[in-house]
Design a protein around this ligand. Structure first.
Ligand code: SF4
Length: 299
């Protein structure tokens, strides 16, 4: 473990669904909500940390034994115990508020300026919006936030954007946005080919792009983009130019977060960009789009 922000266990004490992290992108403490305990996701990103951890837990062995050349995601939905999730959230927020989280746990190393609850984030081991209880849990998180958190505490959804066209999801996101919510949607490519290489999903690039573009007509979006070295090659200028053009199709982008991997990836040929490479991409995107672009480095 080289730093607090690189240490992101998604399990905490006895809790099943809720965990604390000191997050680079949140700028302080984030309480994670894991709606994907079986790692349900319709992407299989080459840099996915959950896949990397699954490998450590021997998923790789079974993939190798079965002749596959990459680790695949789980696609089965799991039922969430909403009462348990809510009670865990109440308990963890209580530990933040009475200071015991920063006194009695591994988070005691958190610098004082980071000991602020910035957000409650739907993130976890997979795509949160695929959970059948997503709407119910958003409703409950909004109640707990109102009771025990400051107005500044956000509710964040980190999503791959694949379900933003669904009516029930859109309705739920209205609740989320009305509770100081932010939607951080992933876009890691400017072309269909590059998208397929990175996401290894059967969902098309056009579909994801249409979802983000349509959703951002009426709602604010934060775009999150992870760029990496693939077999020692960074994304080329054309890819980044196309990517910037896609961003310009979206109406209400609040900001763009460009980052690279900070932890182990599931594939040995996927490595972090250097700070200079990341800065170069961010600068190009800033110039081409006029958007606020923030960089998050590997170290
Ligand atoms: S969308 Fe997120 S959870 Fe799904 S594979 Fe990609 S990085 Fe992992």
């Amino acid at each position: 473990m080289s730093s607090l922000v690189q240490y992101h266990p998604r399990r905490f004490q006895k809790f099943q669904y809720i965990y604390p992290v000191v997050s680079r992108r949140a700028g302080g403490l984030s309480i994670g909500v894991n709606l994907s305990p079986t790692a349900q996701c319709n992407f299989s990103c080459v840099y996915c940390q959950v896949l990397a951890e699954n490998q450590e837990n021997s998923v790789r062995n079974s993939a190798i034994n079965s002749g596959q050349n990459s680790v695949q995601r789980n696609n089965s939905a799991t039922s969430i115990d909403c009462d348990l999730l809510e009670s865990e959230l109440r308990e963890l927020v209580g530990m933040v508020n009475d200071g015991s989280l920063f006194r009695d746990t591994w988070l005691s190393r958190t610098p004082p300026e980071k000991q602020v609850l910035r957000d409650i984030a739907f993130s976890g081991d997979g795509e949160p919006t695929l959970s059948l209880q997503f709407s119910e849990v958003v409703r409950r998180v909004a109640v707990v936030r109102k009771e025990f958190c400051t107005e500044a505490t956000k509710i964040v959804l980190i999503t791959n954007g694949s379900t933003l066209h669904r009516e029930p999801i859109r309705n739920t996101l209205e609740t989320l946005l009305a509770n100081n919510g932010e939607i951080w949607a992933k876009l890691d490519a400017g072309t269909p080919d590059y998208f397929r290489t990175i996401s290894r999903s059967t969902i098309s690039y056009e579909k994801i792009l249409a979802n983000l573009t349509e959703f951002s007509k009426n709602n604010p979006l934060v775009i999150q983009s992870c760029f990496v070295l693939l077999h020692d090659k960074e994304p080329d200028n054309e890819e980044i130019r196309h990517y910037a053009e896609r961003l310009k199709l979206m109406n209400r982008i609040q900001r763009v977060q460009i980052y690279t991997v900070a932890r182990q990836t599931p594939e040995c040929w996927v490595l972090p960009l250097s700070n200079d490479q990341l800065d170069g991409i961010s600068e190009t995107v800033r110039k081409l789009t006029g958007l606020q672009v923030d960089s998050f480095y590997s170290t």
